[in-house]
Design a binder for this molecule. Structure first.
Ligand code: ATP
Ligand code: MG
Length: 574
């Protein structure tokens, strides 16, 4: 590709809207452009990267015997009603009508459509197992699209769905997909971990996420230093080893005027935050008439609620919905910051760690007051205990081996054992050997093909730009001709090398713009082309061409007669 005939679209300035490196660099390197919130065009350079990633994903899926198909983005609402997700999926599901008032959704995922396909096309258990996949556009009306294509509304996913006669067969395909994902992310040059995961809106009973380690990640993952235990923090069970101290003096009321947070109350009372109870009020699941009750969740003041864990407590709304200030005031007579379990009229659910507190302080359900020397059982009865909090650095590993450590991760893929959730709801059955019709076992397996690219940039960049892992680079080689207009030998040599490399199938971006050298170098390094060749008058006089390795920054002078062999060696094509 000649730069003069290409749409390079690089930017010199840092775009103000970009909060993280990958978003900033994707805009600056001319990979993407936003057209509406969370909706992007993939410019030519970005599309080249996308195609590289897709090709690797496709290769590894095909190797495991998965079969490619393509399903529609626009899906009839009827299918979503059948699975029970039309309402349950919530506002992330984009619903629309055609001119005849027929209802549709934009597919955020394709379990419904694939199950409708499977129940029609698969007649006999002899056709099983089968694993069908596509690489295709998804739409989720994310509440907060951000970080460019990392969390966008429209994005590309590879999604695969497998169908089985029995659980053992599902387990085998699940393991195959786990293995394929490990191979894909390794080939893409990513530092990743597979972790135990919650199944969220997709459902099912067993799942792993593939997380790329990066500080910009929105997920927290935890590892044990004494075993191979690794999980998303949403799944990491807390183990409490503390003993609850014996109750002391009776509780009493203390004035805490103007204190709205745990820290402010602790300071006013001369206590540490871990001696103050944090009380939050959430809703139960609404009944058919939309009615719900209020429930109090209690944690140690220095610890954090994990909303996924709370969503799993029986009877609570999932996802968790916090009570409004007005609801709290009407129910307790006080406001956030003065709430506590003593005398609370609804269900009280206490985190396992908070349950080990004794002689603690909590809100008095009266504005401007706390209670001190409160004790469970003596002062609060009939409460429930649950795992509600996030694990913390140094907590014991749930498998009893070692301590936990926390890292940030970007979720690039997830594999699920769905079981019969969709096949039962949508009647996707096959005849078994006794001619009895049974619902098929299902698995589903997703990779965020577009998000992978942002994740790769988070791990591979420097102050000058992107440093692509070889497998993802939009071009293999950049040829920069210095002042070809002034020096015909430079022009000739550059044209010759460009042709030779292109003939060998090497993907070259040939900068023939006759720009200032600084501009051409800056662009090549920003785009992150792994191998940069510079042809200039001075070195060419000595029969030499300069090579620069983008990753190491190392420069080498190579005899012009050897340059093609040299580059082939660098590309592993010797
Ligand atoms: P998240 O927790 O990040 O919202 P998810 O768990 O809802 O993602 P899945 O349903 O597991 O996502 O979808 C499979 C993959 O699609 C994810 O692992 C992720 O890489 C990608 N993905 C999901 N949502 C988005 C999004 N809004 N933008 C870009 N990629 C996404
Ligand atoms: Mg997921």
């Amino acid at each position: 590709m000649r730069t003069s005939k290409y749409l390079l679209s690089t930017l010199k300035e840092n775009p103000v809207e970009a909060a993280i490196d990958s978003h900033r660099l994707m805009l600056r390197a001319g990979l993407i452009r936003q057209i509406a919130s969370g909706i992007y065009t993939w410019l030519p350079t970005g599309l080249r990267v996308l195609q590289k990633v897709s090709a690797i994903v496709r290769e590894e899926m095909n190797k495991k015997g998965a079969i490619e198909l393509s399903m529609p983005v626009v899906q009839p609402a009827e299918l979503w009603r059948e699975s029970g997700r039309y309402v349950k999926y919530g506002p992330e599901l984009c619903r629309l009508k055609d001119r005849k008032q027929n209802e549709f959704v934009l597919g955020p995922t394709h379990e419904e459509v694939i199950t409708a396909i499977a129940r029609r096309e698969i007649k006999s258990s002899r056709q099983l197992p089968i694993n069908l996949y596509q690489i295709q556009t998804k739409f989720r009306d994310e509440i907060r699209p951000r970080f460019g294509i990392m969390r966008s509304r429209e994005f590309i996913m590879k999604d695969a769905y497998s169908f089985h006669m029995d659980h053992a067969s599902l387990e085998k395909t699940y393991d195959d997909m786990y293995d394929a994902y490990s191979r894909i992310f390794t080939r893409l040059g990513l530092d990743f971990r597979a972790v135990r995961a919650d199944t969220g809106a997709i459902g099912g009973n067993h799942s792993h996420e593939f997380q790329v380690l990066a500080d910009a990640g929105e997920d927290t993952i935890v590892f044990s230093d004494g075993s191979d235990y690794a999980a998303n923090i949403e799944m990491a069970e807390t183990i409490e080893t503390a003993e609850r101290p014996a109750p002391g003096a009776a509780y009493s009321k203390a004035a805490t005027p103007g204190c709205h947070t745990v820290d402010e109350a602790a300071k006013a009372l001369g206590l540490d935050a871990n001696q103050v109870l944090k009380s939050l009020v959430v809703r139960t699941e609404a009944d058919e008439d939309g009615k719900y009750e209020l429930v109090m969740l209690c944690l140690k003041g220095n610890q954090e609620l994990n909303e996924v864990k709370a969503g799993k407590v029986a009877g609570l709304s999932n996802p968790v919905i916090f009570a409004t200030d007005e609801e709290i005031a009407a129910f307790t007579g006080s406001h956030t910051g003065s709430l506590g379990p003593v005398g609370f009229k609804g269900r009280v659910i206490v985190d396992k760690a908070a349950d080990k507190m004794g002689n603690f302080a909590c809100g008095a359900n009266e504005d401007g007051y706390h209670l001190i020397n409160v004790n469970w059982d003596r002062d609060v009865q009939g409460y429930e205990v649950a795992d509600l909090r996030n694990v913390e650095e140094g907590d014991p590993s749930p498998d009893g081996k070692g301590r936990l450590h926390l890292r940030k991760g970007i979720e690039v893929g997830q594999v699920f054992m769905l079981g019969k959730k969709y096949s039962e709801a949508m009647n996707a059955v096959v005849m078994d050997e006794n001619a009895v019709s049974v619902p098929m076992e299902m698995g589903c397996y997703g990779i965020g093909v577009t998000r992978v690219i942002a994740a790769a940039i988070e791990q591979h960049h420097d102050e000058r730009g992107i440093i692509w892992p070889d497998a993802m680079a939009p071009f293999d080689v950049s040829i920069i001709a210095i002042k070809p207009g002034k020096c015909p030998e430079v022009h000739e040599e550059a044209e010759k090398l460009y042709k030779e490399l292109e003939d060998l199938g090497v993907e070259v971006l040939y900068d023939d713009r006759d720009e200032r050298p600084g501009v051409m170098f800056a662009d090549a390094e920003l785009i992150g082309i792994p191998h940069i060749i510079t042809i200039g008058e001075k070195s060419l006089k000595d029969g030499q061409i300069e090579y620069k390795d983008r990753r190491t920054g190392e420069k080498t002078l190579v005899n012009k007669a050897d340059i093609v062999t040299f580059i082939k060696g660098k590309l592993g094509r010797a």
